[in-house]
Design a protein around this ligand. Structure first.
Ligand SMILES: Nc1ncnc2c1ncn2[C@@H]1O[C@H](COP(=O)(O)OP(=O)(O)OP(=O)(O)O)[C@@H](O)[C@H]1O
Length: 314
């Protein structure tokens, strides 16, 4: 059963944009209920924009977004209010995300006050329980955002996002500023909540170890396009960009590192080419067809999809 169906979605932030200058370009994707879908790719490739469009925090330039079988693409603020409590986002870098005059209790209780009619005592109990689940305790209730470390603020942001038991959560670099032990604890919390309540997550991250730990499928984006979808990060990937992205992660054993090294052309133009494959300027295997025809994202086998003319040759 699909929670989301994303059909031919484009996003351009520039009305005067030339034909292919999009932050997100022609995305077709489904997100199944209860899955953790990872999104990886270099900075600026459109990961956050895609996440925000799913929550209607950004409006697609073109295409349709279906949530729970309802086409929400043109929903008004009022129509969204009915389903908004079921979708949340954990933002990256929460340093400026909170009202500086709000205590932790006020920050976390805001969504409860907006969407829940429970008694005050019950709300307070929920807030303390959630704080404990993210590794904090009730002594933090009276603190202000600026009185905490980056990691502590991040955990308050996670508690705030999860307090309403949302059906869908976009985790945008949600665990990036948290140290290793707590990161594992938060990833475990997200997994537990998923198992307990059937939550669905879009997990955007540069941290491939976290992606490996939590994600059921992984979408690889490059310059606004999906170039590959893989069942998990250790899968036998085929797209030259995905290979390079995975090879760029540090491998402790130098012999392994050498063997796994796959290069792409460094310092090449990162602008979207006028035609053909978006990765052609940096790809070591570019052929003439790559310069003229954009490869479609096609099923390779099962949950593996790839957009590359030459994938069979690697
Ligand atoms: N509000 C905005 N106005 C104009 N351009 C924007 C806006 N938000 C994002 N962009 C542009 O859209 C493109 C995609 O940005 P986005 O934040 O989605 O990338 P990302 O993959 O999430 O990057 P990062 O990993 O650095 O967060 C970038 O070129 C960015 O500069």
């Amino acid at each position: 059963m699909n929670l989301y169906e994303i059909k031919g979605v484009y996003k351009s932030y520039n009305n005067k944009a030339k034909s292919r200058v999009y932050a997100v370009y022609n995305i077709d994707l489904t997100i199944k209920k209860g899955e953790v879908l990872g999104i990886v790719g270099e900075s600026g490739c459109g990961k956050s924009t895609l996440g925000k469009m799913l929550l209607k925090l950004e409006q697609p330039t073109q295409g349709r977004i279906i949530f729970n079988q309802q086409d929400i693409t043109d929903y008004s603020f009022k129509q969204m209010r009915k389903i908004r409590s079921g979708m949340q986002m954990i933002f990256q870098g929460t340093a400026n995300a909170f009202n500086p005059y709000f205590t932790v209790e006020q920050i976390i209780s805001e969504p409860l006050n907006n969407y829940s009619r429970e008694a005050k005592e019950l709300k307070e109990k929920k807030i303390v329980e959630m704080l404990e689940r993210v590794g904090l305790n009730k002594t933090y209730l009276t603190r202000y955002g600026q009185e905490m470390s980056g990691g502590q603020r991040q955990r308050v942001g996670i508690a705030r996002a999860l307090i309403l038991n949302p059906e869908f959560v976009v985790c945008d670099e949600a665990v990036s500023s948290i140290d290793y032990a707590l990161k594992n604890q938060i990833l475990q919390l997200l997994t537990d909540l998923k198992q307990q309540f059937g939550f669905t997550y879009l997990f955007i991250s540069h941290d491939l170890a976290s992606v490996n730990k939590i994600c059921d499928r992984v979408v690889v984006m490059y310059l606004g396009n999906i170039v590959e979808i893989i069942p998990h990060i250790n899968y036998q990937v085929q797209h030259p960009y995905t290979k390079a992205l995975l090879a760029a992660t540090l491998i402790p054993d130098p012999h392994q590192r050498e063997r796994k090294r796959v290069l792409f052309r460094e310092g090449e133009d990162l602008k979207i080419p006028k035609s053909g494959c978006v990765f052609q300027n940096r790809c070591l295997y570019t052929q003439s067809i790559c310069q003229t025809e954009q490869p479609a994202l096609m099923s390779k086998s099962g949950e593996h999809y790839i957009a590359c003319h030459l994938c069979h040759n690697y």
